[in-house]
Design a protein around this ligand. Structure first.
Ligand code: FEO
Length: 391
């Protein structure tokens, strides 16, 4: 076996994917990723927690060489962890496949696994391996409804699958906090943010567990579990920071001037500002900024009769990620007519911010337009102040 021992008879046996640059055909992976799987050997039985993306099956297979597995634990049905379960089920014909109640139909539908091979475990159920005890804890919506965590009681290790993960390829087993902070926040923003209320419930549920290690199924293992738990409490909290996110796109400079003017005035009023010029923006960085912002001021020029497609993309992304931002507005310039403001505001169907008065003008901004932008900045600053937001 080629696995790496993290505790006596507990091994990391997954695969690092150094070259992957896109996930879900959407999410940039500037630092690659890993698909972590963990082997736990008791005196009587051996369990494997999670598997790997099918593209890395050969690595998992090599890491398991000479090992007999009795229990295959599927924390989550998404294929980057479950996709090689069919190969494992064939390799270990006597192994039982354990999962949560909601995972069973997902595994059957997505992987065509034999239902007779699958045993549903209850929330809180234990599996004795012989000197090693696994406790299964349902932790739904991190980030699918069926997700389950596994707690190794004797070693105080939590295996939470995607929860607390990071897309970060590394040869090191353990997280360097300086290196992994940003990938972990990026991962939270892209994957976890829409489920903030459920994340807080799961954090509360797991809080009584003594933890020595958190071993997620992406990225390095957390040797200081409180670090990532505290970050999750902060990121999932409903309280935003005193900051405005301004994603924008400008074709001939009018919208750019408006964005600059609004940003300058906000800064003068003590409000933090982050600008993202959409044609050259990494959507992951934009998602990270959405974790903290209290207001989103979307800047868009009008193309033909509607928003620039990149502004529409940003609006759809924000709506999908359902950030904690409480206010939104639109600023920009049109050529002769159009429905840019209405189209962008209508995109917010799941994320429901209060829409502040837009500033949408014809052509190059005039003095009176800059007055409107100052009024908008004042409105935003007042909202933030009344909510007691801090930077
Ligand atoms: Fe890493 Fe939701 O799969």
């Amino acid at each position: 076996m080629k696995g790496r021992e993290i505790r006596p008879n507990v091994y990391s046996v997954g695969a690092v994917d150094w070259d992957r640059r896109l996930f879900d055909s959407l999410i940039p992976l500037p630092e690659g990723t890993s698909y972590n799987a963990y082997l736990i050997r008791g005196s009587e039985r051996t369990a494997l927690i999670d598997a790997v993306d099918p593209a890395k099956w050969e690595i998992l297979q090599a890491n398991l060489e000479g090992v007999e597995v009795d229990a295959l634990i599927a924390s989550h049905g998404e294929q980057d962890h479950s996709g090689s379960l069919p190969m494992l089920a064939e390799k270990y014909p006597r192994a039982e496949l354990l999962c949560s109640e909601k995972a069973k139909p997902i595994l059957i539908d997505h992987l065509h696994l034999d239902p007779l091979r699958i045993r549903v475990v209850a929330d809180g159920e234990r599996l004795e391996l012989g000197g090693k005890t696994l406790r299964f804890l349902y932790t739904p919506w991190v980030h699918w409804p069926e997700t389950m965590s596994t707690y190794l009681e004797e070693e105080r290790i939590l295996f939470p699958c995607d929860f607390f993960g990071s897309h970060f390829a590394a040869s090191a087993l353990y997280a360097d906090l300086n290196l992994v902070y940003e990938p972990a926040k990026r991962y939270f923003a892209e994957i976890m943010m829409p489920h903030r209320p459920q994340i807080l419930k799961n954090l509360e549920k797991l809080a009584p567990l003594p933890l020595d290690l958190i071993a997620p199924s992406h990225g390095p293992i957390w040797r200081q579990p409180s670090f990532i738990v505290e970050r999750y409490l902060e990121w999932a909290s409903p309280i935003p920071k005193n900051s405005v996110l301004i994603p924008y796109v400008s074709m001939h400079g009018s919208t750019q001037r408006m964005v600059d003017a609004l940003g300058d005035d906000l800064v003068r009023r003590g409000v933090g500002v982050e600008f993202f010029n959409l044609p050259v923006t990494d959507p992951g960085k934009l998602a990270m900024a959405l974790v903290d912002a209290a207001t989103v001021a979307l800047g868009s020029c009008t193309v033909l009769a509607g928003p620039h497609p990149l502004a529409a993309y940003a609006a759809f992304l924000a709506n999908m990620l359902r950030p904690k931002a409480r206010w939104a507005t639109v600023i920009g310039s049109y050529g002769w007519a159009g429905k840019t403001v209405e189209t962008l505001a209508a995109a917010f169907t799941m994320w429901k911010p209060e829409i502040l008065p837009p500033v949408y003008i014809k052509g190059l901004p005039r003095e009176e337009d800059y007055v409107l932008l100052k009024q908008l900045a004042a409105t935003i600053a007042k909202k933030h102040e009344e909510a007691g937001l801090v930077s």
